[in-house]
Design a protein around this ligand. Structure first.
Ligand code: GLV
Ligand code: MN
Ligand code: MN
Length: 421
């Protein structure tokens, strides 16, 4: 199935990708002066979708949004097979310019090149809703809805906005969507015969090994959960040390225990307490409750599940020893995902054809691709980001690497599509 390597003007692609990223970093596209911050159903997010829609419509793509707001644009009528490209354009609350957005920009560039080079490839671009969980504390929400990995009860009641506590359902309706039809989101995948997502690596492997491209063949799984410790709030000056039920101390013990458990588990297992909320959160009050999040991940499901179970048991025991109680509650979990050998092989051949240094690797971060890989043969392409920094306004990536990534993806799609036309 070898096809001729396509000749792409990388400089022109680099310039266009750089311009897209620059535009989408402007004040219309973020609600913070200090970081990129945009998430579902906010004006900044809407402006970002509209930017992509304008660009795609100028290429003759038809677009629609699924019942909850994932953007889909295609150059063939629904019902005809298409190859999928895209990522997400919402950001971490303390986000940079590249996480997610670069993947949608690279997908747009593929659509432009397809047009310019007259390739006639059938394409569908997808920009998933709420990958980061910035709006509702639920990572990969749009793609999990699409994969049927949520319940209606969660969408109606369980998932609540970080900003105002109102339900996902209410927010989606207010934004003009039709969450009652959420199950129809699955139809977005009906015609896809393959899927590739480009993303910044969010680690330092590519930089440290001087590679420009990572061909991703697996994605680590994760558990997200919360532990709440119930103690008693007291006066911080008047209450002797021996008479306290300080919930914050149990949280502190658990944070250190998580580090020990994750290190002992090995096999790429990592554990993080990223959210810590003490009540009443006052300098002169003993914390009466402590809630902290757990983010435990790795390529070995048995290992990261064991760490999570052991930490939950430790929290109960540590609270009990101090005369308190602790409860553990899972938010969501996804198993590690092996990506499609066929798509990975085509990407590897295209990367070899480019003559640029690349490596095969797994992803430690989660991506929407892991939600849909069970239904559509999928793979990912990573490009380096400076010093591996991500989920930070300091995030930096080179548009020239994204242009190379787009070229490699285009070549892989061209090869994979040869058999279908
Ligand atoms: C996604 O942003 C993740 O945290 O893996
Ligand atoms: Mn991302
Ligand atoms: Mn992210």
């Amino acid at each position: 199935m070898a096809t001729r390597q396509l000749t792409v003007d990388r400089e022109r692609s680099t310039e266009r990708i750089g311009r897209d990223v620059e535009t989408l970093s402007g004040p219309r596209y973020t609600s913070s002066d200090e970081a990129i911050r945009r998430y579902a159903y906010t004006p900044e997010y809407r402006n970002t979708l509209d930017y992509f829609i304008r660009e795609l419509e100028s290429l003759g793509f038809e677009r629609y949004e699924d019942p909850v707001g994932t953007l889909v644009a295609r150059n063939r009528p629904r019902g005809e097979p298409v190859f999928g490209v895209g990522s997400h354009c919402d950001s971490n609350r303390n986000g940079g310019r590249y996480d997610g957005t670069l993947g949608v920009v690279a997908a747009l560039e593929i659509c432009r090149l397809n047009e310019e080079l007259g390739l006639g490839l059938p394409l569908q671009l997808v920009s998933f809703l709420e990958e980061e969980g910035s709006g509702f504390g639920q990572m990969l929400l749009g793609s999990r809805i699409m994969a049927g990995r949520v319940t209606e009860e969660e969408l109606r009641e369980g998932f609540r906005a970080v900003d105002d506590g109102r339900s996902f359902w209410e927010h989606a309706e207010e934004a003009g969507y039709d969450p009652g039809r959420w199950q129809e989101s699955a139809r977005v995948l009906d015609d896809l015969y393959g899927w590739i997502e480009l993303h910044i690596e969010q680690a330092r492997v590519l930089q440290d090994t001087q590679k420009r491209i990572g061909v991703v063949d697996a994605i680590a799984g994760y558990v997200h959960s919360d532990v709440t410790v119930h103690g008693r709030s007291d006066h911080a000056g008047a209450t002797p040390m021996g008479l306290r039920l300080d919930a914050g101390l149990v949280a502190a013990e658990c944070m250190l225990k998580l580090e020990r458990l994750a290190k002992a588990a090995g096999e790429g297992t990592v554990g993080t307490v990223g959210e810590l909320a003490l009540t009443p959160n006052l300098i002169n009050a003993v914390p009466g409750t402590a809630r902290f999040s757990l983010d435990v991940r790795g390529p070995n499901e048995e290992a990261f599940r064991r760490v999570t179970r052991n930490l939950a048991a430790f929290a109960e025991e540590a609270a009990r020893r101090r005369g308190m109680t602790a409860e553990y509650r899972e938010r969501q979990a996804l198993s590690p995902v092996a990506l499609s050998g066929g798509i990975v092989g085509a990407l590897q051949a295209a990367a070899e054809g480019s003559g640029e240094p690349f490596v095969r690797m797994h992803s430690g971060a989660a991506h929407d691709t892991m939600s849909i890989a069970g239904r559509v043969p999928s793979a990912m392409v990573f490009v380096p980001c400076r010093d591996g920094i991500s989920h930070s306004p300091e995030e930096e990536a080179d548009p020239a690497d994204a242009a190379l990534g787009a070229e490699i993806m285009l070549n892989a799609i061209n090869t994979l599509s040869a058999g279908t036309r």
